[in-house]
Design a protein around this ligand. Structure first.
Ligand SMILES: C[S@@+](CC[C@H](N)C(=O)[O-])C[C@H]1O[C@@H](n2cnc3c(N)ncnc32)[C@H](O)[C@@H]1O
Length: 252
């Protein structure tokens, strides 16, 4: 029987082989495209300080880094951050990313205080605030979206935004996104438009929009427990993904 791992254990175990799954690359590429379409002003060089929650091995992070001033990339699984750091070490020209191993709950968390571009200069600041918060394929793993959206709100500057992408809970078939062996640590089978909109508004966000970002085909198990190998095998199913956007329109 395959051992079922949950939470950080699961992602620590999967980190070394995460990038060998073609479907996670495709999802990150499509997420980047949607983020750039929804935030045309991000293309202004070097203007955005970005916080990414649940960065994993950095598939979205490395793709978005050229468009932003700085990227603080946070993940609670040390294995994922180790894989991220190994990739970063192989790209010495990329200097605007700072990977951090943390499960954030406090906007004043000292671990996100450093500016990736000036790591020695800002250590005395009480906090650091961001222009944009991203998270891709992460919301379905987060126990309390209510708490996380409040934390995100606290991490933003006035005028800062969230652009969060994840697959949609479109009904009972959405459960098939994960193979049975990986379902235990999953908090929800995708995100629901109305629920996310309401929670973002409750956290204080304005101009909240939750829209279809893209659709993607993915290999799923033919029947529960049949297994898929590194994102391939079984049968193909189409999954809708949402982009969840909101603006912080006031100071803390
Ligand atoms: C499905 S992976 C996605 C990783 C990456 N964003 C990607 O697309 O390749 C989910 C990631 O979320 C992280 N994660 C799980 N629970 C989290 C939480 N409560 N807060 C932040 N990140 C979390 C995991 O460690 C994992 O790296």
């Amino acid at each position: 029987m395959t051992e079922k791992l949950t939470g950080n254990e699961r992602f620590n175990a999967e980190a070394a082989s995460w990038d060998s799954n073609p479907s996670v690359h495709e999802a990150s590429t499509l997420a980047l495209k949607s983020i750039l379409e929804h935030l045309p002003d991000i293309k202004t060089p070097n203007s955005f300080d970005v916080l990414e929650i649940g960065c994993g091995t950095g598939l979205l992070s490395f793709n978005i880094a050229p468009y932003v001033r700085s990227l603080t990339a946070v993940d609670p699984a040390q294995g994922m951050i180790n894989a991220f750091n190994a990739k970063l070490a192989a790209k010495p020209h990329v200097r605007n990313i700072l990977p951090v191993c943390a499960e954030l709950s406090d906007p004043y968390d000292g671990r996100i205080r450093l500016d990736p571009l000036n790591r020695d200069l800002v250590q005395n600041l009480p906090s650091r605030r961001f222009d944009l918060i991203l998270s891709h394929l992460v919301l379905h793993h987060i126990p309390s979206l209510e708490d996380t959206f409040k934390m995100m709100y606290g991490c933003l500057k006035k005028g800062g935004r969230v652009a969060l992408t994840d697959f949609e809970d479109f009904g009972s078939e959405a459960r098939r996104f994960h193979p049975e062996a990986k379902i235990e640590g999953v908090q929800r089978h995708g995100i629901r438009r109305a629920a996310v909109k309401e929670l973002l508004e409750m956290a204080g966000f304005r101009d909240v929009k939750v829209e279809t970002a893209f659709e993607m085909e993915k290999w799923v198990e033919e029947y529960p427990g049949a297994g898929v190998v590194k994102g391939e095998g079984g049968i193909k199913m189409r999954f809708p993904f949402l982009i969840c956007m909101g603006v912080k329109d006031r100071d803390d």
